[in-house]
Design a protein around this ligand. Structure first.
Ligand code: NDP
Length: 356
């Protein structure tokens, strides 16, 4: 018997879809990804998604400051799945302004499990969307069939790919100013933003609220950003531009970032900037490789929502939610919202086709 709903992903969109589908008694199966895959580790596509790579999440409604640690110990069950070690031995301090990203995700997953969601820790490496039921192939070669599919595989932030950058991820290197810019390690310090698109301009402008100064490192002598966003950054007195420049190395004291080494790619002159953090804003890559061109993508390579205000894709019975289809908002709460929509769309599809 094919599954009624299979959800691929492990972030806010996937777990919200699972909560809704489970409560609608669709018995959803979630493929949350393979935790042992080295590519997953490098890409941040491990179970629990991009938020598992962040620290405090302060903008997910319903998490003001409070004793979340005490709550977590009662909400998450030690004998369930991979009970988060940080709750058991208090390795990560209690957040002061919200909830830690991994904790938020563990709670979302637990909520889905509480309603009967089944979970497999496997990567879906291939899909056949050409005929109903759809066939999914896992990394271990096993296959499964599904009547409806919710694609919620997210997008991964692009990084420069420097070993020193990798070393200081979560210690001053980030790819999300909105997520991390407010953190104490970045407060009142000079910071670097790499990139010159709308994201870079937005992130640099946002960071000027907290940083003593923001250096924008741009690899060409022009910005890719829209005029209005570029002008906002260029006019900001706290932002200094470094044109025709690339970050060659992230410098640190083993614990945190202390600077970056730049190279001017016109003159080859090297220089160092003393900074407390580096934010990469050089674009995102949606996780669509396993689809092998079977779903229509938009001009930026994200899964295309084919109908306004619906999560429909170009294949009937396949729905998309969260960052894999959202090149614009990319927030946990908006991903959760589209996850809910995708589950409702799948439920209606099953109803219309006489499966529930
Ligand atoms: P973009 O692809 O538009 O810009 C990426 C930027 O990063 C470019 O300046 C690019 O340089 C630079 N870059 C890429 N790779 C490297 C590298 N290895 N080293 C140094 N620099 C690099 O991505 P964005 O995330 O900025 O925007 C994506 C989409 O989202 C756009 O359509 C944008 O308009 C939209 N958006 C809109 C916002 C808004 O309107 N408020 C806010 C944020 C995003 P180069 O130009 O040389 O290629």
């Amino acid at each position: 018997m094919p599954e009624k709903v299979i959800i691929i992903g492990s972030g806010p969109a996937a777990w919200t879809a699972a909560i809704y589908a489970a409560r609608a008694q669709l018995d959803p199966l979630v493929f949350q990804g393979n935790p042992y895959d080295n590519n997953n580790k490098a890409n941040g596509t491990l179970p629990l998604g991009q938020l598992a790579l962040t620290t405090e999440v302060e903008n997910f409604p319903s998490w003001p400051a409070g004793d979340t640690r005490a709550y977590l110990k009662t909400a998450l069950k030690p004998d369930d799945l991979d009970f988060p070690y940080w709750v058991a031995d208090d390795k990560i301090p209690q957040p002061t302004h919200g909830i830690n990203g991994p904790e938020l995700m563990a709670l979302m997953r637990q909520q889905a499990v509480n309603f009967g969601t089944r979970i497999e820790s496997k990567d879906v490496v291939k899909v056949d969307l050409k005929k109903q039921p759809f066939t999914l192939t896992m990394h271990d070669g096993s296959t499964v069939e599904a009547l409806t599919l919710i694609i919620a595989t997210g997008a991964r932030a692009n990084y420069l790919g420097l070993p020193s950058e990798d070393k200081y991820k979560n210690k001053g290197v980030s790819a999300c100013a909105v997520c991390d810019g407010f953190l104490p390690i970045f407060r009142n310090k000079p910071l670097v933003v790499v990139g010159a698109g709308d994201s870079a301009c937005e992130e640099a402008t946002y960071l000027t609220k907290f940083a003593s100064k923001v250096h924008m490192v741009v690899r060409r002598d022009v910005m890719r950003a829209s005029k209005i966003m570029a002008e906002r950054a260029l006019k900001n007195p706290k932002i200094e531009m470094h044109w025709n420049s690339v970050v060659e190395e992230v410098l640190g004291n083993e614990k945190v970032v202390t600077g970056v080494r730049l190279q001017n790619n016109k003159t080859n002159v090297k220089s160092e900037l003393e900074v407390g953090g580096m934010f990469c804003a050089i674009g995102h890559t949606p996780n669509v490789g396993f689809l092998d061109g079977q779903l229509e993508l938009n001009e930026l390579g994200y899964v295309k929502w084919t109908t306004v205000a619906r999560t429909y894709t170009s294949v009937d019975g396949v729905f998309a939610a969260g960052d894999v289809a959202d090149d614009y908002y990319r927030q946990a709460v908006s991903a959760a919202g589209t996850g809910c929509m995708a589950a409702l769309d799948a439920e209606r599809w099953l109803g219309h086709h006489g499966h529930v």
